[in-house]
Design a protein around this ligand. Structure first.
Ligand code: AMP
Ligand code: DBH
Length: 538
């Protein structure tokens, strides 16, 4: 069975092929191009993997999974952190034609169960080093939620027949890859989302491969690139803008870091002579702070370019990058749903410092709509609407949500409020979707409100953003309770239900009743205003 998804209409698909965006090549081609290359592909701590080794290990893993009954057209749930095995696994699954969800390492029970129940995987690949997989109890729960799982492969699980380490080293003889056709789903990206259940984004080989090749041109990636991946490696930014796949396409080197802390990253940059990296704004601020404290940026001498995205970068921080880090800035405004905007390195300074750039492709159609879906004139702020050769056409199995996220011509409404200037550069002005952007990590308000409301003492819950100097935004839960309950107890309740730590409310406050709009919805604008007033007084 192939994974169902909403396709591009024939006329657009024909156009994307004609223009050379869609090459009808599977993503396995990225590795195929370099499979006999002995140059380093990935550095993961002491482990150094060449392209040849990555090609061999992914063949081995694919063949071993095939012997275990995993087959073309299946789906998989994978949770691996910033480790070389993530890439070996990804290429193995591309080769097998298995569409996977690559969950973030920060994801917990709630997220993994939600993904598994949506895609009904036959295969689970995870890491014993993750707290959830230290014993088998959660695996049993997952298998109940997703009874099709028949193979469980674990990393760091000793030396037995189902350990990832065993599978990737069992030599495959004569294995031949059978990726899904290039216009089929290669894998699922994760949406930051705004709904109770996390949504999945089907990405095809054709669309994703185009975004990667075109990103390489814009981001100046080549075989000499040494790219530090310090953000979650499975995130769309770190995977494709240009990310690991962009670096592999060009034959460069990926250097992995477990997190973006300066103490970890600066020595790695120096040791491996890193040339490029991608960061979220709070990480940039922390790097600048470290440079100021140490009075030196000498360890960053090899760093030529830094990409910043995931959340809005302030002009004041942007200005400091060139002078204090000694490298060029590229702003990136992207989304796992598709559309990615970059400032270009030859743009004027004002554009680089104050805009989030312009789309990758001449065929990215981006316009600004008012609340009724009508186009607004240039220079006015409104809703971002887009379609194009690598922007998805619908979330997986979500007809109701799709009906409200797309207009009748297939334009996706991202929920961002933007302005487009005369030169076509976009500035992100705000957001309409019910989401908190906590330094690039997205929190769907409804997901956390639902979980809070499962606490016996919570009657109503609203989650809204509060401004934070370092993170840009943090989250605040405003609760109506039936009897006094401590904030620690509520956080424990959320942890017990199992959600990513970054989704726990940073602040919790209590009110007698939530304010409502005239139509009876919770008035979040008013709540945000009230919290801002309180912050201003404090
Ligand atoms: P996600 O849904 O997790 O892929 O996150 C995509 C969203 O992140 C976008 O729709 C924006 O709201 C936000 N975003 C990404 N990059 C930027 C940026 N450079 N400036 C402001 N917001 C951004
Ligand atoms: O925030 C994002 O999702 C994002 C940011 C920069 C993204 O998906 C991307 C680049 O590709």
């Amino acid at each position: 069975m192939t994974v169902p998804y909403t396709r591009w209409p024939d006329d657009l698909a024909a156009r994307y092929r004609e223009k050379g965006y869609w090459l009808d090549l599977p993503l396995t081609d990225i590795l195929e191009r370099h499979k006999t290359n002995d140059a380093t592909a990935v550095v993961d701590g002491d482990l150094v993997l060449s392209y040849r080794q990555m090609a061999e290990q992914s063949d081995n893993l694919a063949a071993a999974l095939l012997r275990r009954g995993v087959k073309h057209g299946d789906t998989a749930l994978v949770q691996l952190g910033n480790v070389a095995d993530l890439y070996v696994t990804q290429f193995a699954l591309f080769k097998l034609g298995v569409a996977a969800v690559y969950a973030l390492f920060s994801h917990q029970r709630t997220e993994l169960t939600a993904y598994a129940s949506q895609i009904a995987p036959t295969l689970l690949i995870a890491d014993r080093q993750h707290a959830l997989f230290q014993d088998n109890s959660f695996i049993d729960t997952l298998c109940q939620a997703a009874p099709a799982i028949h193979s469980v492969i674990l990393r760091n699980d000793g030396e037995h027949e189902n350990a990832l380490e065993t599978l990737k080293t069992e030599t495959a003889t004569g294995y031949i890859a059978t990726p899904t056709p290039a216009d089929e789903v290669a894998f699922f990206q994760l949406s930051g989302g705004s709904t109770g259940t996390p949504k999945l984004i089907p990405r095809t080989h054709n669309d994703y491969y185009y975004s990667i090749r075109a990103s390489d041109d814009i981001c100046l990636i080549n075989a000499d690139t040494r790219y530090l991946i310090a953000l979650p490696a499975a995130h769309n930014f770190a995977m494709s803008s240009p990310g690991s796949l962009g670096v592999f396409y060009a034959g460069g080197q990926v250097i992995l870091a477990a997190d973006p802390s300066a103490t970890l990253c600066f020595p790695l940059i120096e040791k491996h002579q890193v040339t490029d990296t991608g960061l979220v704004p709070p990480a940039v601020s922390l790097w600048l702070q470290t440079i100021a404290e140490w009075g030196s940026n000498a360890q960053l001498a090899s760093l030529q370019r830094i990409q910043v995205g995931g959340a809005k970068l302030s002009e004041s921080v942007a200005r400091r990058i060139q002078s204090e880090m000694g490298c060029q800035l590229q702003q990136v405004f992207g989304m796992a749903e598709g559309l990615v905007n970059y400032t270009r390195f030859d743009d004027d300074e004002q554009t680089i410092l104050t805009t989030q750039g312009r789309p990758i492709s001449p065929d990215d159609e981006v316009w600004v709509a008012d609340e009724n879906g009508h186009p607004l004139p240039e220079g006015t702020t409104g809703r971002l609407m887009t379609r194009g050769p690598y922007t998805f056409r619908g979330y997986f199995n979500s007809p109701a949500h799709n009906a409200s996220s797309f207009d009748s011509e297939g334009f996706y409404c991202s929920g961002d409020l933007i302005e487009i200037n005369a030169a076509g550069n976009i500035t992100v002005q705000g957001r309409e979707k019910d989401q908190i952007n906590r330094g690039g990590e997205k929190i769907a308000a409804e997901e956390i409100e639902n979980l809070l409301q499962r606490h016996p003492d919570v009657i109503h819950a609203a989650l809204v953003s509060i401004t934070d100097e370092l993170m840009g935004e943090k989250s605040c839960a405003i609760l109506v309770v039936s009897q006094p309950v401590k904030a620690v107890a509520l956080r424990r309740h959320l942890r017990d239900l199992g959600v990513a730590e970054f989704k726990l409310p940073d602040r919790i406050t209590f009110v007698d009743a939530l304010p409502l709009t005239p139509v009876g919805k919770v008035d979040k604008k008013l709540l945000r205003q009230q919290l801002a007033d309180q912050q201003a007084q404090a």
